[in-house]
Write a protein that binds this ligand. Structure first.
Ligand SMILES: [Zn+2]
Length: 247
């Protein structure tokens, strides 16, 4: 399983970067996990639009799904459109982004598979176990397994025992860490800090931790250090172009 970070900015894309988007590839199958602002140009530097085999979206905030629109346009508006793209999302999460174009224009470009958080999905070679994690809108954390390799992605989530359960013994935990230390009072159930996800990574016994969704302007080294206070394993920060091979 190979993970390529298309973007890891929280909230909005910084210069030259993109919001949440991760290519997860195995055995010729390409799954795109989240399609936040500015991820499509980073995607197209690496693979063509018709090489994406499926899309999984954690939740309906635009920094996680806005570029689904240009991705679908880039497939629908070709002379030889590829087969409809399977898109997995929670019920209603994509209503807004799918309504951007005139009714019907993109209908043939995708097949929407709405799932209930907690369900298990088979997406190409990946087994995907989903779990509802705490955020302002319904957010599906996902545990992707192939050949005994496990990637867990939190989407956006406040800390909870569910995060630890989902991440148990994963090879890589890709975790939202908007803040470094303290999460503002009004966001404590909905977002996490690097310090908190470091502790959760240790509790879950994960092999490696990759921080993502840092608030623009955050010093990555400071975030890494805060996570490393509670977690002894390898800690990285997701930036455009980073590749991690899980073997
Ligand atoms: Zn969000």
């Amino acid at each position: 399983m190979r993970i390529t970070v298309l973007g890891g900015c929280g909230a909005w894309p910084e210069a030259g970067q993109a919001c949440s988007g991760y290519l997860v590839e195995h055995d010729g199958f390409t799954l795109l996990v989240d399609v936040g602002y500015a991820t499509v140009p980073r995607l197209l530097e690496r693979v063509s639009q018709d090489q994406v085999d499926a899309v999984f979206i954690s939740h309906g905030h635009p920094d996680h799904c806005a570029d689904l629109n240009p991705l679908l346009r880039s497939r629908a508006l070709r002379d030889d459109p590829p087969a409809p793209l399977p898109v997995y999302a929670l019920p209603g999460a994509l209503n807004a982004v799918l309504a951007l174009d005139r009714p019907g224009m993109l209908d043939a470009a995708y097949v929407l598979h709405e799932f209930t958080a907690g369900s298990r999905l088979d997406i190409g070679p990946f087994r995907a176990e989903t779990r509802l994690l705490s955020h302002w809108v319904p957010n599906a954390g996902v545990r992707l397994t192939v050949d005994d390799r496990v990637l867990v992605y939190t989407g956006d989530s406040g800390p909870s025992p569910e995060v630890v359960e989902l991440a148990r013994d994963a090879d890589l935990l890709l975790a939202e860490a908007t803040y470094v230390d303290q999460v503002p009072e009004d966001s404590r159930r909905d977002l996490s800090s690097a310090r908190q996800v470091g502790r959760q990574a240790a509790e879950a016994g994960v092999g490696e931790l990759l921080l993502t969704h840092l608030q623009p302007g955050t010093d990555p080294a400071t975030a890494r250090a805060a996570a490393a206070d509670g977690y002894q394993g390898k800690v990285g920060v997701a930036t455009t172009g980073l590749v991690i091979d899980l073997g």
